[in-house]
Ligand binder design. Structure first.
Ligand code: ADP
Length: 320
């Protein structure tokens, strides 16, 4: 009988719980035995691996985070600990793994696969949406919803007080979250690491808008730009002459009930992952491109730099 384990590695995202629920149900429908590994690669090393049942996944579809925990693991970088992880899986007869994580987690599991022969399927899960080779990563839609709710609330205050608000959003070196949330919340300015910006250009434009009656400004700033959000806020005070405040959204961006899209995407990613493993695929990352799911090799996804969609950049050109 096929035995498949699932684990979450790296940062958690909303959508992992629906993925875990569907994992258990779809395994059982396909006469495979599902297992949970708690706390990522740490759980593989510490033998924190248990059989999963339908009852374990009741009531989790609407919850953010992950029921089985997630972790980063320095030990998994070392071959002696990966050897322990191998024994823990082998003693249970588990030879297939699903990893929900980012490209770091995939690099780790690829190494493990080469050493042990244990098959894996990776499901891209990061709110940063910065994995090359897939247009969508689990958790992005929920994160965008949380950011847009925050931006809508801040806009209410900004308009009442005639202020500028500089809102810092996550994304590491990728400006995707900033770009999409700025665009869809009507921000006046969006600063992202992928594109150099000219504050003098904004100064001319914003001074003109202020003269014409604009009461407030919303600037969405990606955490990966070279200047700090405070510096941008100081610029608003000095150059535009408006009171300014910084809001760093931080970890609220990871939480929240998974959106309908993330629940559906979780189901589709997991179905493709299990189908692939049961068909004998040994080392694939499940990617979503132009409304289709594909199996890609690790080299297809990690050796390139993620590029923002040029259509999005075009749409946002006047706020960049
Ligand atoms: P993400 O998956 O979100 O990119 P990380 O880059 O932090 O997150 O990687 C998550 C975990 O994957 C690390 O803590 C480590 O256990 C494992 N990992 C990453 N790179 C390697 C590697 N080259 N060899 C072995 N394990 C790795």
């Amino acid at each position: 009988m096929n035995k498949i384990a699932i684990l979450c590695s790296g940062g958690d995202v909303s959508g992992m719980n629906p993925a875990i629920k569907h994992f258990v149900e779809y395994c059982l429908q396909n006469r495979a035995k599902p297992y949970f590994v708690f706390d990522g690669y740490e759980g593989l090393i510490d033998d924190n691996i248990v059989k999963a049942h339908y009852s374990d996944v009741a009531g989790i579809i609407n919850r953010g985070g992950t029921k089985i925990g997630s972790a980063r693991s320095k030990r998994f970088m070392k071959s002696k600990y990966r050897a322990i992880a191998k024994k823990n899986l082998e003693k249970r007869g588990i030879d297939k793994l699903i990893v929900l994580g980012g490209d770091g987690s995939f690099r780790g599991i690829e190494k493990f696969h080469k050493e042990t022969g244990i098959s894996f399927a990776g499901v891209p899960s990061t709110i940063d949406n910065d994995i090359t080779g897939t247009d969508y990563c689990l958790g992005v839609d929920t994160a965008l919803g949380v950011i847009n709710d925050a931006l809508d609330s801040i806009r209410d205050t900004a308009s009442s007080f005639k202020r500028a608000f500089v809102i810092e959003v996550m994304g590491r070196d990728c400006g995707f979250l900033a770009l999409v949330s700025a665009l869809t919340s009507g921000a006046e300015m969006c600063l992202i690491p992928e594109k150099s910006y000219d504050l003098d250009k904004f100064e001319i434009e914003f001074k003109k808008q202020k003269k014409d009656g604009r009461r407030y400004f919303i600037a969405v700033v990606s955490e990966g730009i070279k200047q700090s959000s405070q510096e941008i806020s100081d610029w608003f005070e000095k150059k535009i002459g408006v009171e300014s405040r910084v809001t760093t959204l931080g970890h609220i961006q990871r939480g929240g009930n998974p959106t309908t899209r993330d629940r559906l995407m979780a189901y589709k990613f997991i179905t493709k992952a299990i189908d692939g493993l049961l068909a004998g695929k040994e080392d694939s990352i499940i990617c979503y491109n132009q409304n289709e799911f594909n199996y890609k090799s690790i080299d297809e996804i990690t050796n390139k730099t993620y590029k923002l969609d040029s259509e999005l950049l075009r749409l946002a050109h006047n706020i960049l």
